[in-house]
Design a protein around this ligand. Structure first.
Ligand SMILES: Cc1cc2nc3c(=O)[nH]c(=O)nc-3n(C[C@H](O)[C@H](O)[C@H](O)COP(=O)(O)OP(=O)(O)OC[C@H]3O[C@@H](n4cnc5c(N)ncnc54)[C@H](O)[C@@H]3O)c2cc1C
Length: 390
């Protein structure tokens, strides 16, 4: 559970700042500066970082809860908050060198914002492969990469970027690199003018940078990917999408209640109950994944890796992402059916237009087709009775 004081502060920021700017952020497809500054004011960019490193020491469940709260008013701000924490978790779970430890302290102290780049022109959403490779030039390394998307790239203090270990390495032989703003040149190579999630400001960029070798993760990227990036992404993205769906269902409830007050007797609308059933199911799946991940991280090191990469566990993270991205969109659609034309308006008390546009990014953000194919392949080779599927 989020600490009470922090929850109150976040609730205040959500109601008074984040909600207030959400429509303008969406309309102008602009970075939610006021909202991110409000999160920085309450030190939330260091929320997951341990207290001994200057952070707030929150759990992943706390971060998921906060993401959901923010998403109910501004999905773009929530997604930025989620993506930042995915990167923080990658550093925290895998790197212990003094330079990475020092950087975590700097994130908490200066409230630095971290972005991510895995997708590349030529590989798309296949984040297990890279085309650009790291070059070693004297004591420093360089990278030139055509990134197909970097959310809030222009506003981030650093980006965790994937690349091949060297230009002649195999496409799957990847490393993860901390590329700091002051050492990186970003050139926008396209525009971000999308249906939804407009405030994430995620155009394509050419990344050109030079960095010390210590900024390359010691842990192989495929380990970071399977043990942290995939589970934490799917958990926090799902929290964001559930936040959108929760607010849509809430809007529908208010619409029905207001109608009921005006014309009595008014029969209960069973569609509200149906939506609630769906939300409960998705929330339970999210909580189950959070509990599973927590339990796996607490295992002794010698068991942790094999358990975290076991087939049933990998299936679970992907199933969460696919279910929530599909069903949350269904919930928003159902809420629109209930509210009728007032939800189709771009403004007004019952508008769900932005919810609908934002939620349609969910199934594309690492395409569900790819994840379905991955899970189907895992099920085809699954035969280990030591790891039951459920
Ligand atoms: C709001 C938002 C923010 C994002 N932010 C970032 C970010 O900060 N950093 C970042 O790196 N990326 C980011 N992404 C990108 C995202 O995570 C995916 O990498 C990207 O959307 C994939 O692009 P694509 O659909 O063009 O490519 P693909 O994933 O290649 O999909 C294109 C089509 O090809 C099909 N396809 C291709 N290969 C396969 C396969 N093997 N199996 C089945 N189907 C296949 C897909 O189903 C789909 O129909 C963001 C995306 C969104 C929506």
């Amino acid at each position: 559970m989020i600490m009470i004081d922090l929850k109150n502060k976040l609730s205040h920021a959500v109601d008074n700042i984040i909600a207030k700017h959400a429509a303008d952020v969406d309309r102008q497809s602009r970075f939610p500066l006021e909202s991110i500054n409000a999160l920085k004011d309450i030190k939330l960019l260091g929320a997951y970082i341990k207290r001994e490193d200057g952070g707030l020491g929150c759990t992943l469940s706390d971060i998921a809860g906060m993401t959901m709260m923010i998403a109910q008013k501004c999905a773009s701000t929530a997604m930025i908050f989620a993506m930042h924490h995915i990167q923080v978790a990658c550093i925290m779970h895998h790197e212990e060198s003094s330079s990475f430890k020092g950087y975590l302290k700097e994130i908490a102290d200066k409230q630095l914002l971290l972005a991510s780049n895995t997708s590349e022109v030529g590989t798309g959403g296949d984040n297990g492969r890279s085309i650009a490779g790291v070059e070693y030039v004297g004591p420093r390394c360089t990278l030139l990469k055509d990134a197909s998307i970097i959310s809030y790239g222009a506003y981030a203090d650093s980006i965790l970027v994937t690349a091949k270990k060297s230009p002649d390495a195999r496409t799957t032989d990847q490393v993860l690199i901390l590329m700091k703003k002051e050492e990186t040149e970003l050139t926008e190579t396209g525009v971000w003018d999308t249906l939804g999630m407009r405030g994430t400001c995620s155009p394509p960029f050419q990344i050109k940078g030079s960095f010390p070798i210590e900024n390359i993760f010691n842990t192989q990227f495929k380990t970071v990917l399977s043990q942290t990036m995939v589970p934490v992404s799917h958990i926090l993205w799902s929290s964001c999408w559930l936040g959108i769906a929760t607010d849509a269902a809430d809007t529908a409830r208010k619409y029905v209640q207001s109608k009921a007050r005006k014309s009595k007797p008014y029969l209960p609308d069973t569609r509200l109950a149906e939506m609630n059933n769906s939300l409960q199911l998705l929330n339970s799946q999210l909580i189950h994944c959070l509990d599973t991940y927590k339990a796996l991280l607490e295992l002794p090191e010698e068991h942790r890796k094999s358990e975290l990469t076991s087939t049933p566990v990998l299936l679970k993270w992907n199933a969460l992402k696919m279910n929530v991205s599909n069903d949350a969109a269904g919930i928003v659609h159902r809420a629109m059916q209930i509210c009728g034309i007032s939800s189709y308006q771009n403004n007004g008390q019952y508008t769900l237009a932005k919810h609908l546009r934002d939620i349609h990014s969910a199934s594309l953000m690492i395409n569900n087709e790819r994840l379905m194919e991955t899970n189907a392949s895992l099920l085809l080779i699954y035969k280990n009775s030591d790891h039951p599927l459920f």
